[in-house]
Design a binder for this molecule. Sequence first.
Ligand code: FPP
Length: 257
Amino acid sequence: MTSPSTHPNEARDRAMRAAGIDPHRVPEHVAVIMDGNGRWAKRRGEERVFGHAHGVESVRATVEAALESGVRYLTLYAFSTENWNRPKDEVDALMDLLVKTLVQEAMELGSKGVRLRAIGDVASLPAACQAELERVKEGPEGEVHLDLVLALSYSAKWEMVEAIRTMMGEGLKPEDILPSTIDKYLQTADLPDPELMIRTSGEHRISNFMLWQLAYAELHFTSVLWPDFRKEHFFDAIRDFQHRERRFGALPNAKSS
Ligand code: FPP
């Protein structure tokens, strides 16, 4: 039997406090725009694909950091609808990398309580990729600690158009449509909105990513290029989040005089 002093959550809370993170105010859902792979590779005189391949190590580190800090949902922007316009070689290499990574990591992820799924136009992905996503979505046998959501062939505008088409197809009337209705028709219907969005590589843009769901998210931009992103950078973002005053459009908290 686990003694109370060794309960995994207690150990995690202690580790987080030691890292300057309040374990009770960790964002439930963190979304990440993984950017800078190409520049990272170019700086080393390599092809862009070299950067993507090294980006997989950063994905691993980010998943570990999310598990350690108690983040419940992690969404990674892995391939946008616009990314289809990149050279065919790069698109093919990215798809191969995705399949290879899913094949290699699925067991390990499952053993850590990670459940994997995709949002986006999955039907537009190569058959091997679709098959692999289908295979891994069963998830772990035991408790789920983290839902890892890969945004693949995803863009917020695509998602909104799909949602509107479905609503119209189902004959919804204008008066039926509330913000909560739209929530239900988006790809993220069963996910809470991200509270924190991280973008790497020094770009300060949202780039067609979860435009509806990020309405009240805190945004954390770092100049670190994605292949260099590690646990400490993720924890930096959480510490930054915990220093923000979240107001959701209301007035600041009245200070006691
Ligand atoms: C943006 O960098 C990154 C991507 C388009 C792909 C992200 C993919 C990975 C990190 C690898 C595989 C992912 C998983 C989930 C296994 P960029 O190429 O736009 O960089 P740049 O802005 O420097 O050109």
